[in-house]
Ligand binder design. Structure first.
Ligand SMILES: [Zn+2]
Length: 293
């Protein structure tokens, strides 16, 4: 597996940083959902962000979900990740085609439109943590930067990118999240902003052969970069037939009886990975017996 995330600190622990290369993850997602180029870019950016945000969680069973609901033709995206680098997600409308934006790039902002970004962290407490902000452009990196500033009061620089090949497979994907922790000096902030201003495109750097480590070294080297960890990451869905059975049982006897009466096999689709699970009428009868209401 070539996809991974680097976790690092700099500036005497006043800066924390994550950088990721995620080409395989995004290509897997593209194949699973048969996404159009602009949908691949939108989903790939959010999957990349999700992988890094998942790694930030402390508990091994923690789950993070990022939802975007927008007025654009894609309508929305959902990405869910654990704290071990497993990421899954989908776009509501994977077939959306749009002309390039003014910069000649895939028009993710146009595809997403105006709307809301929600971050839900299930860290084993009674109520999951929910942070919500408006979209400030729908290009996803800027929306997350805004989310961190307003919802978590953490000044951050988020860069996300997906570069496509001519035949619409994924050529490069990756990103970084650099955050200032309390106590960062004004001088450090100024220098960091200057450095970040020099970065034009994360996928250009990756395409030149730069690794996440090299990209962080370029931005944070002068602050004393300390690479803590290198974590593999992948597109992975944890669905299986028994989970889908449980979901069907939970809908209750009345609904199951209606399906049985229809007399047809049913297909249950997993939104996250687009896998189909088939249930025969006999299967449905078994599930009916297991349902209690
Ligand atoms: Zn699945």
């Amino acid at each position: 597996m070539s996809d991974y995330i680097v976790r690092a600190t700099a500036g005497d622990h006043q800066i924390r940083a994550f950088a990721a290369t995620t080409r395989e993850m995004v290509e897997e997602a593209r194949k699973a959902h048969n996404t159009s180029p602009v949908a691949t870019a939108a989903l790939g950016r959010l999957l990349t962000a999700g992988s890094m945000m998942g790694i930030m969680m402390k508990g091994k069973d923690d789950i993070l979900t990022i939802k975007i609901q927008g007025s654009g033709p894609i309508e929305g995206l959902t990405v869910t990740t654990d704290s071990k680098g497993n990421v899954k997600g989908y776009v509501f409308n994977p077939d959306v085609m749009l002309p390039p934006n003014q910069a000649g790039k895939l028009d993710v902002g146009g595809a997403v439109g105006e709307g809301v970004l929600s971050v839900i962290k299930d860290i084993g407490l009674k109520e999951p943590y929910l942070g919500q902000t408006i979209l400030v452009g729908g290009e996803i990196a800027e929306d997350l930067t805004y989310y961190y500033a307003t919802s978590e009061q953490t000044p951050s620089s988020v860069a996300l990118g997906v570069l496509m090949n001519k035949e619409n497979t994924v050529r490069q994907a990756g990103g970084f999240i650099i955050q200032l922790l309390p106590g960062a000096s004004d001088e450090m902030i100024d220098n960091l902003e200057k450095k970040l201003g020099e970065i034009t495109s994360i996928t250009t750097l990756l395409d030149e052969g730069q690794t996440p480590e090299m990209i962080l070294e370029h931005i944070l080297g002068e602050f004393g970069l300390d690479i803590m960890e290198r974590i593999p990451t992948r597109f992975h869905c944890n669905c299986d037939k028994s989970r889908v059975e449980k979901a069907l049982i939970s809908i209750g006897r009345k609904e199951l009886q209606e399906m049985i009466d229809d007399g047809k096999n049913i297909d249950v689709n997993c939104h996250f990975c687009n896998k189909n699970y088939e249930f025969t009428v006999e299967d449905l009868k078994d599930l009916y017996e297991k349902a209690t209401r």
